[in-house]
Design a protein around this ligand. Structure first.
Ligand code: SF4
Length: 499
C-alpha cells in the first residue's frame, strides 16, 4: 500500500480502493471502503483511526502470508508449466506469469524494480529470464510457493482445481522438455508456446459491473458517479499500447513455437490490430498450428475475422451474456440482443466452416440477473444444442451488486425458485450433455448460486446497491424497475413503464 493512501480525501480514497480492490485483499479493502463511506461526514480523527486499524491488520496478514510461503512442500505441488511456456500481457501491457497472478499486484520487474511493458523494444525477451521469473522457477523447483502465484495455491488449499493444475495437464510435454534445459539460476529457453493478450480497455459496451480497466466507455460515468480523479481518468483514456505496430512486430518474431493464442479485452472483435496480426500469422504460415481462444461480447462479428479463422488450427469462443433481451441490454449496455442472437446462431450453424471446436457462454450472476438467469439457461441449452452448457460465474465485486445484498424475503423466494429449477432440469441436462461432467458442472454451479446468496447477509449494502443503480439509471436514461420487474419493489418511487 503506498503512502498516498493517507493523504487522499475520503471520496478519492473510496475511488482509489475501488480501482485497486481487485489486486490486493479485496474483501478487506471493500469493507474499509464502506466504513469510510459511512464516515464521510464524521470526524477526521475517525479516518486516521481506521487507517491505523487497516495498517495493523495488513501487517499481520503479510506475516501470515510470508510464513505460508516459506513452508517447503514437494515440487510437484508447486511447479507450474506457465513460467516455462507462457506469455501474458495485461490491459496495461504489463507482464505477469499468467492471468491469475495480476491479483497479487506483483508484476514482472527488472533488478531496478522497473516493470516490463511488453510493447517496449526488448522487454518481452528480457522479461522471460528476469530475476523475477528465475526466482519463480527456482522456488517452484524447490517446493516453495512464489508470491505472484499465491492465488493458485490458495485455491488448491480450499479444495478447488487451480489454473496451475489445469495448465500442467495441458502443457506437461513442453514442461518436461523445458525442465531438462533449465539452468541452476532458473533461466529457461525462450520459447513461447501459449500467449494471453488483454487488448487494453477498448470496448463497445459499458457493463454495469465493470470499471474503466475493462471499458474506456465507463470513464465519464466513473468521474461523475464514483468521483474518479482526473489523473486516474487520463490513465484509462490513454490506454492504447496494443495499437503500437512495434509490439506486434516483436511478438510475431517470437511466435515460431506458438500453439495457443488467447485474446480478451476490451472487446477483441472491435480491435483492428488483432485482425492485422492474425493476417500476418496466416501469411507467415504459422496459423495452421495455432489454436485461437476468445472472450467476447459477440455484439459484432466481422466477416474478415471469420475468413481468417479458417486458416487456423481451431477456434474457441466464450461469449459473455448476462440476460435475455432487455436484461442483457440493461446490464451490458447498450448491447442489442437480437444482433447478439443472430451472431450466436451464425457461429452455431457454421462450427466446422469456421473451425470452431468450442462455443460456450459465460453468465456473470449478480443481483440484476439472478431471476433472469434461469430463463437464460433454458434458452441457451435448448436453442444451441451444439454449444457447451453455460458457465455460471458468481459476481463478488463490486460487492453492492452481488446476490448477498438482496433482502431476506427476496432471497427466500429465489432459493425456492432456483431449487425447483435445478430439480426440474437436472435429468434433462444429464440427458442432453455430451459429457456427464458438463451437466454436473452446471448443476454444481447452479447450487453454488443458492449457497453463495444465503451464505452471508450483506443487506447493509442494499442502500449502496440502490444508490448505484439509480445513478447509472439516470446517466443512461434507464429504469431498473422496467428492465428487471422482479426488483421493482426495491425502487418504489420509480416511474411506471412507458407504454
Ligand atoms: S501457479 Fe498459477 S498463478 Fe502461477 S503461473 Fe501458474 S497458473 Fe499462473
Amino acid at each position: 500500500m503506498d503512502r498516498a493512501f493517507l493523504f487522499l480525501p475520503i471520496n478519492r480514497l473510496r475511488v482509489y480502493i475501488t480501482m485497486n480492490s481487485h489486486y490486493d485483499s479485496p474483501m478487506l479493502k471493500s469493507k474499509i471502503r464502506y466504513v469510510l463511506m459511512d464516515l464521510r461526514y464524521k470526524s477526521k480523527r475517525s479516518e486516521v483511526f481506521f487507517y491505523f486499524v487497516y495498517l495493523f491488520i495488513d501487517f499481520f496478514r503479510k506475516i501470515k502470508k510470508h510464513l505460508m510461503r516459506a513452508k517447503v512442500s514437494h515440487p510437484q505441488n508447486t511447479i507450474c508449466a506457465l513460467p516455462w511456456t507462457h506469455f501474458y500481457a495485461n490491459e496495461f501491457g504489463q507482464n505477469f506469469p499468467c492471468c491469475i497472478s495480476p491479483d497479487t499486484r506483483l508484476p514482472n520487474m527488472n533488478s531496478l524494480g522497473q516493470k516490463f511493458f511488453v510493447y517496449e523494444p526488448g522487454h518481452i525477451e528480457k522479461a522471460w529470464n528476469s530475476g523475477y521469473m528465475k526466482d519463480i522457477r527456482k522456488k517452484m523447483l524447490n517446493g516453495k510457493q512464489p508470491a505472484p502465484c499465491e492465488k493458485c495455491y490458495k485455491m488448491e488449499e480450499l479444495g478447488g482445481i487451480s489454473h496451475r493444475q489445469q495448465s500442467n495437464e495441458k502443457w506437461q510435454g513442453h514442461l518436461t522438455q523445458a525442465l531438462k534445459t533449465t539452468q541452476p539460476d532458473g533461466s529457461a529457453p525462450f520459447k513461447i508456446y501459449s500467449a494471453d493478450i488483454r487488448l487494453g480497455n477498448l470496448c463497445n459496451l459499458k457493463c454495469r459491473m465493470c470499471s474503466p480497466v475493462s471499458s474506456k466507455g465507463l470513464i465519464n460515468e466513473w468521474k461523475r458517479i464514483h468521483g474518479m480523479p482526473e489523473f486516474e481518468a487520463k490513465k484509462f483514456a490513454d490506454l492504447d499500447w496494443f495499437e503500437k505496430p512495434q509490439f506486434w512486430e516483436m511478438f510475431l518474431k517470437y511466435s515460431d513455437d506458438l500453439q495457443s493464442l488467447h485474446f480478451a479485452g476490451g472487446e477483441p472483435f472491435v480491435i483492428e490490430q488483432h485482425f492485422t496480426f492474425l493476417r500476418r500469422l496466416v501469411e507467415s504460415s504459422k496459423s495452421h498450428r495455432i489454436s485461437l481462444t476468445y472472450n467476447t461480447n459477440l455484439t459484432v462479428l466481422p466477416e474478415e475475422l471469420l475468413t481468417l479463422w479458417q486458416s487456423f488450427k481451431s477456434v474457441q469462443v466464450m461469449i459473455s451474456v448476462d440476460g435475455l433481451e432487455q436484461v442483457n441490454h440493461y446490464i451490458r449496455y447498450p448491447s442489442n440482443w437480437s444482433k447478439i442472437q443472430h451472431n450466436i446462431q451464425h457461429l452455431h450453424d457454421n462450427l466446422q466452416k469456421y473451425r470452431i471446436e468450442y462455443l460456450g457462454f459465460n453468465i456473470t450472476v449478480q443481483a440484476y440477473n439472478v431471476f433472469d438467469t434461469m430463463k437464460l439457461i433454458d434458452f441457451l441449452t435448448t436453442q444451441y444444442p451444439h454449444a457447451h452448457f453455460p458457465n455460471l460465474s458468481l459476481l463478488f465485486g463490486p460487492e453492492e451488486l452481488s446476490l448477498q445484498v438482496l433482502p431476506e424475503a427476496m432471497k427466500a423466494e429465489l432459493t425456492l425458485l432456483w431449487n425447483l429449477f435445478i430439480e426440474e432440469r437436472k435429468a434433462a441436462w444429464v440427458k442432453k450433455a455430451r459429457q456427464p461432467s458438463e451437466a454436473q458442472t452446471l448443476i454444481h454451479n447452479a447450487q453454488a448460486i443458492v449457497e453463495f446468496m444465503n451464505k452471508k447477509d450483506r443487506s447493509d449494502l442494499l442502500p449502496h446497491f440502490k444508490m448505484r443503480t439509480k445513478a447509472y439509471d439516470a446517466s443512461r436514461h434507464q429504469s431498473c424497475a422496467n428492465a428487471v420487474p422482479e426488483l421493482a419493489s426495491l425502487f418504489p418511487d420509480s416511474r411506471p413503464p412507458t407504454p
